[in-house]
Structures are given as structure tokens and as C-alpha cells.
Design a protein around this ligand. Structure first.
Ligand code: CA2
Length: 145
């Protein structure tokens, strides 16, 4: 039987993880996190594929593709697009994908402009403020959906 697939989508600047602002985002690189997710996915019996882009439209294209491919769930850290992108909100709604919003930091305890999440309006769940562990917990929840 084909394994369920969980797609992990990372937005702008997250390719810099582990190189700057470790006091906010931790020391792990995105590669470290992706490797851990893949390993845990194997234990859970799900396929995990991680991607990163700095472009809003690419995130939207990947959501459309995920719908076509019948992806089980999406972990989405849309970076700053979380707080600005109605287009991303529309894409989540239109695709009806089960999206779990993920953040390393807790945006609600940071600057006011990070308090609104457009992604959160359509996401089925959110894990934030736990560093790389946010992704791991989100994966557990996604596999249990
Ligand atoms: O806490 C998160 O995961 C965020 O999604 C990260 C975004 C931020 O805009 C959100 O409010 C919360 C920023 C990602 C920037 O990543 C960097 C990584 C290393 C160095 C500098 C930025």
C-alpha cells in the first residue's frame, strides 16, 4: 500500500536558519530539521517531503500541487507571509488541504505586526514557540489526522 505523504513547506528566509538570530530561531539548520522529520516519518510510516522557497507564488503552486497529489497533510511555516498573505489563505481554503501552521518562535509574544496570522484562519492546527520541536510535534499531529 502507498504511504501517506506529509509535505513540509517553509517560506522566506528560513533557508538562513542556524546561521543568524539563534536566540530567536535556534541553532538547527533547515536541513537538520528536515532530516529529523524524515526519520520520524519513517518510524510513523509516513513519507515526509520538505521544501523551502523565498517566493509567495511558489508556496501557492506547491499547495495546488499537493491537492492534486492527494497529500495527507501539510506542515506550513510560511515565515513572514503568515502575517501578510491573503493569497496563501485563499490557497489553503481553495485546496481544502489539512494545513498545520508551524512556527519556531511564538509570533504572538513578539512585535504586534506578527500577531495576525492569515494562515491560522484556515489551518486546522498550530504549533509554535518550541523551536525545531514545533515541527516534530506538528508531524505527530499530522500523522494522527
Ligand atoms: O517563528 C517562526 O517560525 C516565524 O515563522 C519565522 C519568520 C517570522 O517572520 C514569523 O513571524 C515567525 C521569519 C523567518 C526568518 O528566518 C530567519 C532564520 C535565520 C535568520 C534570520 C531569519
Amino acid at each position: 500500500m502507498k504511504q501517506r505523504k506529509i509535505l513540509v513547506l517553509n517560506g522566506p528566509n528560513l533557508n538562513l536558519l542556524g546561521t543568524r538570530e539563534p536566540e530567536i530561531y535556534g541553532h538547527d539548520t533547515l536541513g537538520d530539521i528536515s532530516a529529523r522529520l524524515e526519520a520520524r516519518g519513517a518510524e510513523l510510516g509516513v513519507e515526509v517531503e520538505s521544501r523551502q522557497t523565498n517566493h509567495e507564488g511558489v508556496l501557492i503552486d506547491w499547495l495546488h500541487e499537493a491537492r492534486r497529489e492527494d497529500v495527507h497533510a501539510v506542515l506550513l511555516n510560511a515565515g513572514a507571509y503568515t502575517h501578510t498573505s491573503i493569497a496563501l489563505l485563499d490557497a489553503i481554503k481553495a485546496t481544502q488541504l489539512r494545513v498545520i501552521e508551524v512556527h519556531l518562535s511564538n509570533p504572538e509574544t513578539r512585535e504586534p505586526f506578527r500577531h495576525l496570522s492569515y494562515v491560522g484562519i484556515a489551518a486546522v492546527d498550530c504549533v509554535k514557540g518550541l523551536g525545531a520541536q514545533s515541527y516534530m510535534i506538528a508531524l505527530e499531529r499530522a500523522a494522527a489526522l
